[in-house]
Design a protein around this ligand. Structure first.
Ligand code: AMP
Length: 122
């Protein structure tokens, strides 16, 4: 799979904008017109994929306020990834803010699955 060009919202200092633009390689598993999904470089479950809108928003709250349809599209892509690469069951996590574990400030949802998941966030 190949990425397409970067949207007008792209930030020069954003690693996920660079992945969207194809300037940094990723293991793409799915892409739509508005969303890409690629494997997390440091997987925390047998299936660990990041669902990322091509357009840059800092976090899920900013995305939900500006473009709720795009957030719904991300959920759809997460569901498709879990169906295609695991048993269809999945956890979909948005870390919002450094104290919650956010380290990349381009909104992304973590799709975790492929096993019975534990619950140890702290
Ligand atoms: P968060 O900590 O919620 O902001 O999630 C950022 C995620 O991005 C982490 O799970 C990282 O392992 C992952 N990550 C960072 N750089 C890359 C990359 N180049 N390719 C794939 N995943 C990445």
């Amino acid at each position: 799979m190949t990425n397409s060009s970067s949207p007008a919202s792209a930030r020069a200092d954003c690693i996920f904008c660079k992945i969207v633009a194809g300037e940094i390689e990723s293991q793409l598993v799915k892409e739509t017109e508005d969303v890409i999904a690629f494997r997390d470089i440091n997987p925390q479950a047998p299936l660990h994929v990041l669902v990322v809108p091509r357009r840059h928003y800092g976090d899920v709250t900013q995305l939900a306020g500006s473009d709720p349809k795009l957030l719904a599209e991300m959920v759809k892509v997460a569901n498709a990834v879990a169906a295609e690469h695991a048993d269809g069951q999945f956890r979909f996590i948005f870390n919002s803010g450094p104290n919650a574990g956010q380290s990349v400030f381009h909104v992304h949802g973590h799709v975790l699955g492929g096993a019975r998941l534990g619950w140890t966030p702290a």
